[in-house]
Design a protein around this ligand. Structure first.
Ligand SMILES: Cc1cn([C@H]2C[C@H](O)[C@@H](COP(=O)(O)OP(=O)(O)OP(=O)(O)O)O2)c(=O)[nH]c1=O
Length: 192
């Protein structure tokens, strides 16, 4: 049995390693991540994970794991910023407010699909112009939903979360472990 991580995100690979799971192959999916008109963040995120898993080429008995992380400000979806100006816009929108981070995970094996999404709440402190400029200068916003990564320098900007830290970073580990177990690839097996 082959485990395929359908993700180009280095975070997801590291998070899997944390629970002793090392994929046999990595095949990042290439899908259109444009939200549909009036699509809400949670169904959008679940759809992205499903479409990613469907887009990864695999054999009949292979297990494919994909995920999507979406930042939601109310009904609004904040994707990966195209440039520093968009990252700045997102940071100003989130400053001093709570937002949600949803990560949907999809696991496929043969004709079967297991799915789960996890929602967390994140509060960002009120950001000064200097803090925003300093954070943008780190470049750490690149390739991250909402334009920040809680596991990096932006940790200094987040005084409070409720939910799953690993979910915010890109792969909720407890739920992912359950999905992998259901698909016949339990983590931690033999490592106790
Ligand atoms: C909110 C937040 C997001 N992120 C990252 C996780 C995801 O990699 C990224 C959201 O983009 P995704 O589309 O979920 O994933 P990706 O494009 O990086 O990789 P792939 O589709 O190939 O799996 O944002 C953090 O690393 N830290 C955070 O605090």
């Amino acid at each position: 049995m082959t485990l395929i991580l359908g993700s180009g995100s280095p975070r997801r690979l590291e998070l899997l390693a944390q629970i002793g799971v090392v994929p046999d192959d990595i095949r990042p999916p290439d899908i259109d991540e444009t939200p549909r008109k009036a699509e809400l963040p949670r169904p959008y995120c679940a759809r992205m994970a499903r479409e990613k898993v469907a887009a990864v080429p695999c054999g009949d008995d292979d297990i494919v794991l994909c995920a999507d992380t979406t930042v939601a400000l109310g009904r609004r979806i904040l994707g990966k910023p195209a440039d520093a100006a968009e990252a700045e816009t997102f940071l100003r929108m989130m400053s001093g407010r709570r937002h949600k981070v949803i990560t949907a995970v999809a696991v496929k094996r043969g004709g079967r699909l297991w799915e789960r999404d996890v929602q967390s709440a994140v509060r960002m402190k009120s950001l000064s112009d200097a803090e925003i400029a300093a954070y943008l200068a780190t470049g750490d916003w690149r390739g991250k939903a909402g334009g920040y990564g809680i596991q990096g320098p932006a940790g200094a900007l987040v005084p409070w979360i409720s939910g799953s830290f690993t979910g915010i970073v890109g792969l909720p580990l407890a739920e992912t472990a359950n999905l992998l177990t259901a698909a016949g690839h339990p983590p931690l097996k033999g490592s106790a």
